[in-house]
Design a binder for this molecule. Structure first.
Ligand SMILES: [Fe+2]
Length: 275
């Protein structure tokens, strides 16, 4: 079953998409439309549902800005570029990957669909929607082309995949927990209250949520550090802090694993002790 739901929050149309199968619920994916600007474009496998939404009010969509290039955020960008002829923006380090057709493993193609190639423009420090100027805040960690979008006057913050859930249990091998922590710290220096998360949606108390997430990651960091200094290996630390092995680990052939949380923290510890 495919779920597509709409909610208006602070002049933002929040579009929630989700696939529910008999054996498991897929992760929700959000796209947002604010002041003529689409933030993220969902997954290609739900293209027909998402395009029906675009076709209802094509005149309302003047540009699209991606929080990062992952396929669940860029899935319908090629359609938007081709059919609505609107510009699509992504952080400069995401441009090349967007120009390739589905450059990601098979299990992700099955989950999110075959994302078609498109030609994005590079995001700069600011981006303008119809009547609003947004700050583009570089927030790597989840992906090296990850950004957040912020509007100071209204305090709206679009956080992409920086929050997602309060307690991180598995990450991809390309992610870095210390970098994510730095990115959250950076966002917390801004004046905002609510957040729009690409997988968990709108939170009125979003800044508090992000703070709690940072506190959780800081605790985790210290636990890893203590065990590492006591001489335990990455695998031993992983087993002790994350005893549960989630199905995604096998399903993704190890691209997702709690082990990457531990190893990214340990490489930061080693880097710090080297300096
Ligand atoms: Fe992502």
């Amino acid at each position: 079953m495919i779920i597509i739901q709409f909610q208006e929050m602070e002049d933002v149309t929040c579009v929630k998409t989700q696939v529910i199968r008999s054996d498991r619920k897929g992760n929700p994916v959000y796209l947002f439309l604010v002041d003529g600007m689409l933030i993220d474009t969902g997954q290609q496998s739900l293209e027909s549902e998402i395009i029906s939404f675009y076709k209802e009010h094509p005149e309302k969509i003047k540009l699209a800005a991606l929080t990062h290039s992952h396929e669940d955020h860029s899935g319908t960008a090629a359609w938007l570029q081709e059919k609505l002829e609107i510009p699509i923006y992504v952080h400069p380090s995401g441009i090349q990957v967007c120009q390739k057709r589905s450059p990601y493993p098979k299990y992700r193609q099955v989950t999110w669909g075959i994302r078609k190639e498109f030609n994005p423009l590079p995001l700069e420090n600011k981006i303008k929607s119809l009547n609003t100027e947004w700050e583009v805040i570089y927030t790597p960690g989840h992906a090296d082309d990850h950004v957040a979008f912020y509007h100071e006057q209204t305090g709206r913050m679009f956080t992409g995949d920086l929050f997602v859930s309060p307690k991180t249990k598995v990450i991809m091998d390309t992610e870095s927990i210390p970098m994510t922590m730095d990115s959250i710290r950076k966002l917390l220096t801004y004046d905002f209250k609510s957040i729009y998360c690409s997988h968990a949606g709108y939170f009125e108390n979003g800044k508090r949520k992000l703070k709690q997430k940072l506190e959780h990651l800081e605790r985790l960091y210290s636990e890893v550090e203590i065990l590492y200094q006591e001489g335990y290996s990455i695998d031993e630390i992983n087993k002790s802090l994350f005893p549960k092995v989630y199905p995604i680990v096998d399903f993704s052939n190890g691209e997702w694993d709690s082990r990457h949380i531990v190893s990214s923290i340990i490489s930061e510890i080693n880097k710090e002790s080297f300096l």
